[in-house]
Design a protein around this ligand. Structure first.
Ligand code: A2P
Length: 340
């Protein structure tokens, strides 16, 4: 018999994404029976609010997942590596926001607007992977265009906010900005260079060949989510001094010719997309406008006049929501609607 309410755990509940997971569950009236908030010893004894109740944060351990139906993980790859299979063995379904399982062939990598059907594959290991934040917002926009005209190649440059690197990274941007404006010494911790008043073309570690792991994630995950290895993708990922909201300049080459007007018409109807494209009125997507919202905003749509079938566009979304917490909760909504 189907349950009316579900026991949900958030692993990494005190983090930037964990906080959004709690908010999104509450906002979308997810049928939560018990909400178990899990973090490290550093957070032991903390209380966080959910549905007007104060819930104690527990320290994550092997016994944390008893009676849990759905476990949302966002505490880093090593925590997922150790605990995701423990949660799955205890009978729950894991939605993992880290990179740990994304490219494993028996773990589905899901963006509900794009490949919701892949969720069924969770039965193999009890784990569903939530894609990289920059990948999610890009594929939401690419999918309907790919269906209409087959995308042959994507060239993407990202402008990623500090919240993508976690709560402490956002705080570092704030502290550095205040220090500079007050002529104090700048302290660095989360980024390899000062992020305030700067752009750093380096996210995650460098790999042989000169790409970063973040860029590789965008390339590999796009192919897996769109279930099409023939799409060529190249990426440059840049950290910018923005608190929240990732932006992307995306150039695509399609097999079939599409005009800018065609692309706008396609995206206007596409699930999860908000067309924000009236340049004559200075209207285009920006991270400040996307923050706290659910939509993937697309604008600056124009033909790439340097090739026969090319389109340029600018894609912005709240990386903590659509790029992480919202996408995970949307997956959980499909799980309880169709599977558990
Ligand atoms: P804590 O606050 O106790 O350190 P962010 O991505 O914003 O930095 O957040 C990371 C989240 O992951 C936090 O909730 C953090 O908890 C949690 N976390 C980090 N390491 C561990 C660990 N070893 N065990 C459990 N939770 C962890």
């Amino acid at each position: 018999m189907k349950k009316e309410k579900y026991n949900v755990a958030i692993v990494g509940a005190t983090g930037a994404v964990g906080e959004q997971m709690r908010e999104v569950l509450e906002e979308r009236l997810f049928p939560v029976d018990e909400l178990r908030l899990l973090a490290s010893e550093r957070s032991a004894g903390k209380y966080l609010n959910f549905q007007s109740k104060q819930i104690r944060v527990d320290v994550l351990d092997e016994n944390s997942f008893e009676n849990i139906d759905i476990a949302l993980f966002s505490a880093g790859g090593s925590v997922s590596d150790k605990f995701a299979s423990i949660a799955a063995r205890a009978g729950g379904v894991v939605v993992d926001n880290t990179a740990r399982f994304r490219m494993e062939p028996d773990v589905p990598l899901v963006v509900p607007e794009v490949n919701a059907k892949a969720i069924t594959e969770y039965k193999k290991r009890g784990i569903i992977a939530n894609p990289n934040c920059s990948t999610i917002q890009m594929v939401v926009a690419l999918k309907p265009i790919h269906d209409a005209a087959r995308i042959k190649r994507v060239v993407v440059s990202t402008y990623q906010s500090t919240s993508g690197a976690g709560r402490k990274a956002m705080e570092e941007l704030g502290r550095q900005t205040a220090a500079i404006l007050n002529m104090r010494e700048v302290e660095k911790d989360k980024f390899p260079h000062q992020i305030a008043f700067n752009c750093i073309p380096h996210i995650d570690v460098f790999l042989p060949g000169g790409y970063t792991k973040e860029e590789k994630k965008m390339i590999d995950e796009t192919k897996k989510i769109l279930a099409d290895d023939s799409i060529k993708v190249t990426a440059t990922c840049v950290r910018v001094p923005v608190f929240c909201g990732h932006s992307e300049s995306v150039n695509i080459e399609t097999e079939k010719k599409l005009s800018a007007k065609d692309v706008k018409a396609i995206l206007r109807e596409a699930p999860g997309i908000l067309l924000v494209d009236a340049p004559e009125e200075n209207v285009y997507p920006m991270p400040l406008d996307a923050t706290g919202t659910d939509a993937t905003m697309v604008g600056r749509i124009r033909e790439d006049e340097s090739i026969p079938n090319g389109i340029n566009m600018w894609i912005v979304a709240d990386n903590l929501r659509k790029g992480a917490a919202l996408n995970a909760v949307q997956i959980a909504e499909i799980l309880i609607r169709d599977y558990i």
